[in-house]
Write a protein that binds this ligand. Structure first.
Ligand code: ADE
Length: 266
């Protein structure tokens, strides 16, 4: 397949870390193997993720898979053996791109590296908050964003630690799922969200949804903010919030409610 004509920024691998204080090692290095590095830049250049990078908490490296193609046409895919629809991403090209990420991590971290390779695919188990907590314990994550009809199975066998899906639907590629996961994981690193305590109050952190929240004005279109929140009694507020978490989860997400009950309701 020939590269698309107007894809200058889709062609070369790129570190998005210039200007960040990476004289110190980042807490977490994120590597993305992709055919479309350009789609990551708006997300990683702005928002909390961009700030985390500026603070040197996280680094983002985009590795253009096509740079590792072996022929003059820069071919990254081929027809499946045995016939069938579509094209498969080639194992040799993917392996070379993945090796580049591994080499860069080894050079930066040496023996302290603890690397996980994640392949984004609708065939994996569904991504969730406990997985995000697990993944943040690695020094570096390599996200492999597949395209076309799939990848040669040998790449998964040889290089992939975890296959992960973000939902039971099929996207055109792994870039959006990789960004969803990166956003969720980076949020959990110390120093990224202003007040670390607010993380423990997030929906899903304890397997329950968060309680409802209100701010000024006290009354809007005939609806009053709950009086208990205005009274200043912190014990009462905490009890009301706990009760709301239970009630909301039961009503809005019966699946989570059943799982929470099955775990003993804690
Ligand atoms: N690639 C295509 N669809 C996907 C999904 N639902 N989750 C993760 N990666 C994908």
């Amino acid at each position: 397949m020939v590269p698309p004509p107007s894809s200058e920024n889709a062609l070369s691998s790129k570190s998005l870390n210039s200007g960040s204080p990476l004289f110190q090692e980042p807490l977490l290095g994120l590597y993305f193997l992709t055919l479309f590095p350009g789609v990551f830049e708006p997300i990683f250049g702005s928002s909390l993720l961009g700030k985390a990078r500026e603070k040197g908490l996280v680094s983002f490296d985009l590795i253009q898979i096509r740079d590792f193609a072996k022929d003059k046409h820069r071919t990254v895919d081929d027809t499946p053996y045995g016939g069938g629809e579509g094209m498969l991403m080639k194992v040799d090209v993917l392996h070379a791109a993945w090796s580049e990420a591994q080499a860069s991590i080894a050079q930066q971290r040496g023996d302290s590296a603890k690397v996980l390779t994640i392949f984004l695919s609708p065939q994996g188990p569904l991504f969730n908050q406990p997985m995000a907590h697990e993944f943040k314990t690695y020094t570096d994550l390599i996200f492999v964003c597949g395209h076309y009809e799939g990848v040669d199975e040998r790449f998964i066998e040889l290089c992939v630690d975890r296959e992960v899906s973000i939902g039971d639907y099929v996207l055109t590629g792994g870039e959006l799922p990789a960004m969803v996961m990166a956003d969720t994981i980076v949020r959990l690193l110390p120093g990224v969200v202003g007040n670390d305590r607010s993380l423990t109050e997030d929906s899903l952190e304890r397997g329950l949804l968060k309680y409802p929240q209100y701010t000024r004005p006290r009354e809007f279109q005939g609806r009053e903010a709950p009086g208990v929140l205005l009274g200043g009694d912190h014990k009462q507020i905490a009890e009301w919030r706990s009760q709301q978490m239970l009630e909301r989860t039961q009503r809005k997400r019966p699946d989570l409610w059943r799982a929470w009950k099955a775990k003993g309701g804690k």
